[in-house]
Write a protein that binds this ligand. Sequence first.
Ligand code: MG
Length: 251
Amino acid sequence: MINLKTKEEIEIMKEAGYISALALKAAGDAMKPGITTKYLDRVARDCIESNGAKPSFLGVGGFPACTCISVNNEIIHGIPSKSRVIEEGDVVTIDVGAYFKGFHGDNAKTFACGEVPMETRRLLEITEKALQIGIDTAKIGMRIGDIGSAIQKFVESNGFSVVREYCGHGIGRSIHEDPSVPNFGESGKGVLIEDGMVIAIEPMVNVGRPNVVKLKDGWSVVTADGELSAHFEHTVAVTEKGVIVLTDLGL
Ligand code: MG
């Protein structure tokens, strides 16, 4: 069932989104060679809690942390760890959500730690742009398949691939709501996009093949071929005045 949001609910979701974005920025700003992914999780948690919110991810399905931190060939759901030290040249995805006044925000970004090769930089740029294309497609009267199709076409035309097994999602009083928002698909297909729909759009883009493997920790999802992956996400509200990026610090 899709829970469309009222204007008032979207106003509250702006606050949850803003805190989510603050936490993502705080953790990203704290990133440097030699620190652990557990430390970044702590930075994000402190930011969320000092703003009067709660971490959205902690305890979801038993997840043991506030952020998912996925390094290099890890795509999503990496568990922050004291033993995972970030090195110069790593690409690090931080995915974090905040729960505030009954609603969730959710956002993610892949950061380059220090200098990375040109091709890696291009991966991050294409993935971020794919997210923007997805956002631009989220309009009243379009369908969820239009978003996935636009993202997939853009990514594949740039020589990368999109992950199929994990998708964006509706978001609101629950962190994961209907509809599912795949990063691939056919235009004109899928759920109709309506006024008040709030979704997290989150392309996961692989340098190599799209195939994924889940690790024995039960959470971390990595590329099957060991190549790099990137992931950018925003929570957006579709309204009659256009799409609003709720996890935009500029709001
Ligand atoms: Mg999400």
